[in-house]
Design a protein around this ligand. Structure first.
Ligand SMILES: [Zn+2]
Length: 442
């Protein structure tokens, strides 16, 4: 309303993050190193009891700091590095005041218990996001703001940390979470599943999937959790995924995590969902005709583009979605289908018929997941490939994933690196495709 009013000065422990699109999510003053989550989930009542131990490094000295956690939880006791701390919890923010300020640069551990019935976070533009009940189980899909629906976190893509996720639930159910399954213990009627993820992960990519699934191996370090009755059709529809993995490793460099798991939930899903080290599909993506194979490629590609290389700010979302969409086209080309150039031509004529009012490099929070970001992002890569040639283009992709492995990235970092792979000036190409709204003529 009042453009002249000065924004409040950034203070240590600010309960606003640095993200230009979603500043109300995420928090300033610290970086998380490790989340240790012990969750007990009762499927009937949908009740979650959790303990979170969060190890973080202070930036400046912190007399207070905040975490994101939905108000559907009641927070029990909070300690900071072993000492009871004062806190308030409302409006999705847990504000913590340690007994003594955390010294600048020091590590500290926040230990808290929380209990409640998790519900997805309502969002104005993207529907309900986060922990949600299936007909028989749980799905967690948090991009971009759903993570606080199930654990206290610094909910910004720029803060990546390691995780240990332990889930205890009724024994007939299978639990899949990020990372490697390090233990599975059954006591009476419940089983505790413990997963560890050493590669740093943004909170939105953390997930828990609970369902009556069969666990099967798909290939080296590739697993799947699938409702038993769908296994034969799944075996056919996802049968080329090991081949796809090899093709992507040749094009994008080594797969960035220890394992890759595909979960097929026993419900239909509008779209599949990527999480770190796993992807989640619905029964409608298993049709017996490989009708969703392009989505299998899209989600697998997110392991490089989105999960290993995570946007430093949501503004750069095309670095996730444009690349994953282009990977669909590359898989088509590699597997004997229509070459990327042909799919690009189709996409281009589709886009030419739509409104040209979207800037790929800055689509705005409301239109982050607009299909035009995906399509024009992929078309940018096709234009770049034509401009620099295949050898330079794929060398660039491999260098991009290697130098930024497990880090955060920006559009400028990509365009700068691209320029190092050719003598031809790329600024005009990037300006037309990424920074201007009209569809380029070439
Ligand atoms: Zn995607």
């Amino acid at each position: 309303m009042n453009a002249q009013r000065k924004a409040p000065a950034a203070v240590a422990g600010a309960d606003r993050g640095m993200d230009s699109y979603l500043p109300e999510h995420g928090n300033g003053g610290y970086q998380v190193r490790h989340y240790d989550l012990d969750l007990d989930y009762r499927l009937g009542p949908g009740r979650l009891s959790g303990r979170a131990r969060i190890t973080a490094a202070a930036g400046p000295s912190l007399s207070a700091f905040s975490l994101d956690l939905e108000d559907s939880f009641k927070v029990g006791r909070v300690t900071v590095s072993g000492k009871a701390a004062r806190y308030t919890h409302r409006g999705g923010k847990l504000r913590v005041r340690p007994a003594k300020p955390v010294p600048a640069g020091a590590d500290f551990v926040v230990d808290l218990r929380y209990v409640g019935t998790p519900v997805p976070v309502r969002s104005a533009h993207w529907g309900e996001i986060g922990w949600d009940q299936l007909t028989d189980g749980v799905i967690v899909a948090s991009q971009p703001i759903g993570a606080p629906s199930w654990f206290p976190c610094n909910n910004t893509p720029a803060d990546k940390a390691a995780y240990r996720i332990s889930v205890t639930t009724a024994t007939p159910y299978t639990v899949v979470a990020n990372g490697v399954l390090v233990s599975q213990r059954t006591n009476a009627s419940t089983t505790t599943w413990v997963y560890e993820s050493t590669a740093p992960m943004a909170a939105y990519l953390a997930t828990v999937q609970i369902g009556q699934y069969e666990l099967v191996d798909l290939g080296p370090a590739q697993r799947a959790a699938v409702p038993g009755r769908l296994l034969p059709v799944f075996g056919h529809d996802f049968g080329r995924q090991p081949e796809m993995m090899s093709a992507f490793e040749a094009l994008f460099g080594q797969y960035p995590f220890e394992e890759y798991t595909v979960v097929v939930v026993d419900d239909e899903l509008d779209v599949p969902i990527e999480a770190q080290g796993l992807s989640v599909f619905g029964t409608n993506h298993v049709d017996g005709y490989r009708g969703a194979e392009h989505l299998v490629a899209h989600e697998l590609a997110h392991q490089w583009f989105g999960n290993s290389l995570t946007v430093a700010d949501w503004r750069h979302i095309w670095l996730n979605e444009g690349f994953a969409t282009y990977a669909e086209w590359l898989w088509s080309e590699c597997s004997g289908g229509v070459p990327a150039a042909g799919l690009a031509a189709r996409s281009r004529s589709e886009l030419a018929r739509q409104r040209q009012d979207l800037r790929v490099s800055d689509p705005g929070a409301r239109r982050m997941f607009d299909d035009r970001v995906y399509q024009r992002g992929a078309l940018t890569l096709q234009a770049l490939r034509v401009e620099v040639g295949d050898d330079a283009f794929f060398a660039l992709l491999r260098e991009w994933t290697l130098v930024n492995r497990h880090c955060t990235v920006t559009t400028e970092q990509f365009t700068t690196l691209a320029q190092r792979h050719t003598d031809r000036p790329l600024a005009p190409l990037f300006r037309r495709w990424l920074h201007e709204t009209p569809m380029p003529l070439a």
